[in-house]
Design a protein around this ligand. Structure first.
Ligand code: PMT
Length: 374
């Protein structure tokens, strides 16, 4: 407990309710002999700060170590999870925003905050998420080694197909779903490469990022990397059409209406799935109608191992925080209900891991090809 926390409830209350010792002091002589701050930092599997005030978030982002909690956060190698709780203005203040961006760039996981009625009487973002949600987020934020030694390639974001040097055809993908998939794969212990279209997101920690702009660039980067990866997850919203030729100079406004000649872009996902040693290949399907039928048709026609279909619109899919998925694979299906994209990505990653393992086990039991001699 920080001194501020101890102003709200006493350490004794928390100790009695939790049945666990409560640590408050950086240099508590009795505690140092038994479990000092470095021991505490080493002992923890995860460090969760809930509720995290604007003040503590600022101190954490600056690496202060002037009380037990801040010192512990610096000294631990365990994952750090922060559940903010503060007034909405404090949450939206640029100083807090900057601190959050810095923490996330360092791999700190943010749990919430929720939006709604606040203790100060205002309405807005900054509420501590509900205890059940907190526990769920902590459990699913737990790092695993389920994909240790496995390399995962993820595509994310939109592509831009240039018409002339200043104009392009693109779409509303923010990259959030793909970045969440890359993060979930990294948390599962995989070596992750993320090929990203133009987005304004901070890449997840410990993920190598290749930035691209057009579908042509995404095509060549993905095909290069796919040759040596074990799992490919195609979350990018790749343009289906591009201009046959981009004008070398900015097109002048004329009286006549211009005509754009478009050509099909290569289907990156289908090409990867058709490689001789294809990785476990997972597609996404963005649908406004006939979600199930269209997704199943894409699963089959592109010869995929799995497809995650999202209905786009009504606050889901493109450029929003939340999503819902219908996941299909040959012989199976599972629905993942509406949730923040990071939570959904972890759930989808669980399904991918299970199916990937089944497939690799099946392949290792296949009889080796017999040599034919003439
Ligand atoms: O980025 P966000 O704002 O978080 O939004 C997430 C999302 C809605 C973009 C994402 O969840 C999603 O659905 N991504 C796939 C979007 C898409 O292009 O769907 P599609 O049904 O048109 O394509 C099917 C699959 O083929 C996709 O895996 C796509 O990456 C792939 N494809 C498509 C065209 C192309 N030329 N090459 C491809 O590889």
């Amino acid at each position: 407990m920080t001194p501020a926390a101890a102003e709200f409830i006493t350490p004794l209350t928390l100790q009695a309710l939790s049945g666990n010792p409560v640590h408050t002091d950086l240099l508590d002589h009795a505690a140092e002999a038994a479990m000092g701050h470095i021991e505490l930092a080493r002992w923890a599997d995860a460090v969760i700060i809930a509720p995290a005030t604007a003040n503590f978030i600022a101190r954490l982002s600056n690496g202060l170590a002037d009380d037990l909690l801040s010192t512990l956060c610096l000294a631990t190698a365990a994952p750090l999870l922060v559940a903010p709780a503060m007034n909405r203005q404090m949450w939206q203040n640029p100083a807090t925003r900057e601190n959050i961006v810095r923490l996330e760039a360092r791999g700190v996981t943010l749990l919430g905050p929720a939006s709604g009625a606040q203790a100060c009487g205002e309405m807005g973002p900054g509420r501590l998420i509900d205890p059940e949600e907190l526990v769920q987020a902590i459990v699913s934020a737990g790092r695993t080694n389920r994909l240790a030694g496995v390399s995962v390639l993820v595509s994310a974001g939109p592509t831009r197909e240039f018409i002339d040097p200043v104009r392009y055809i693109s779409n509303r993908s923010s990259g959030r779903m793909g970045y969440a998939m890359a993060k979930a794969a990294e948390e599962a212990g995989a070596a992750v490469t993320l090929v990203s279209g133009p987005v304004s997101l901070t890449p997840p920690a410990r993920v190598s990022v290749i930035d691209i702009t057009s579908s042509g660039q995404m095509h060549s980067e993905i095909l290069d990397a796919a040759a040596t990866c074990d799992i490919f997850i195609s979350s990018a919203a790749v343009a289906d059409y591009r201009t046959r030729e981009a004008a070398p100079n900015k097109m002048k406004k004329k009286d006549s209406e211009p005509v754009l000649h478009l050509e099909k872009t290569p289907d990156i996902l289908a090409e990867v799935a058709a490689l001789p040693n294809a990785p476990f290949t997972v597609g996404f399907a963005a649908e406004t109608e006939n979600l199930h039928d269209n997704a199943k048709q894409k699963l089959k026609s592109k010869n995929l191992d799995m497809i995650a279909a999202n209905r786009v619109g009504d606050g889901l899919g493109f450029d929003v925080e939340e999503n819902a998925l219908e996941v299909f694979w040959p012989g199976g299906t599972q629905s993942l209900g509406t949730a923040p994209k990071e939570n959904l990505a972890r759930q989808l990653m669980e399904i991918i891991v299970a199916r990937y393992r089944e497939k690799t086990a099946e392949q290792s039991h296949e009889p080796a090809e017999t040599e034919v001699s003439d």
